[in-house]
Design a protein around this ligand. Structure first.
Ligand code: IMP
Length: 179
């Protein structure tokens, strides 16, 4: 059943159950790797708030949680063009850090943010992303905990938005294109 978000139509792409199963598996992998390391999870707002909440509970290990809001500037090819708009309120040095992102598209935002974090000398730095569009990737980066590789088509739901809409959807929906 197609749904409407703002002026666009989307079709079901991943069900809530598919997402749930995958998030549980990623949580188990994180637990396996970091159980005794008290990791610092850093969720990237706004889109990752639902994934972060589910992933952290799926990992179910002692941890700390912080959120950042990032702005990446399009129109520049530099991966350094990212700005923390809501800053990190937790020290990173010596911590095992896991960045939680909703989707890696070109990779620009996350590449720049990981470089910024590396300068703060964490004990380790890994990336969890629910979605990755391999065909859109311009700034390759290792995603240690990846939910799904998806085609280069716009998606909404489970925290991801189109013009501020669609974040509340329990599943993920893909833009219906006419080609
Ligand atoms: P990147 O810097 O190009 O990797 O862009 C990543 C950010 O763009 C994500 O955190 C999302 O906020 C947004 N984004 C990229 N693709 C989509 C999509 O298909 N749906 C919703 N937001 C997207």
């Amino acid at each position: 059943m197609p749904i409407q978000v703002r002026d666009l139509k989307f079709k079901p792409f991943l069900t809530a159950e598919q997402i749930h199963l995958r998030v549980e598996a990623l949580g188990a992998a994180i637990r396996n790797d970091l159980e005794d390391k008290a990791p610092l999870f850093i969720g990237v707002l706004d889109g990752a708030f639902i994934f972060a909440a589910d992933l952290i509970r799926a990992a179910d290990i002692p941890c700390e949680i912080a959120f950042v809001k990032l702005n990446s500037y399009s129109g520049t090819t530099s991966s350094g063009s990212v700005k923390e708009t809501i800053g990190l309120n937790k020290p990173v040095e010596g911590r095992h850090v896991v960045i939680i992102e909703d989707i890696v598209d070109t990779g620009r935002t996350l590449k720049a943010f990981t470089e910024l974090l590396q300068q703060k000398q964490p004990a380790s730095l890994s990336i969890a992303s629910l979605l990755l569009k391999p065909d859109a990737l311009q700034f390759p980066l290792p995603v240690d905990y990846l939910g799904f590789k998806i085609p280069d088509k716009f998606v909404v739901g489970y925290g991801l938005d189109y013009e501020g809409g669609g974040r509340e959807l329990k599943g993920i929906y893909q833009l219906i294109t006419t080609e």
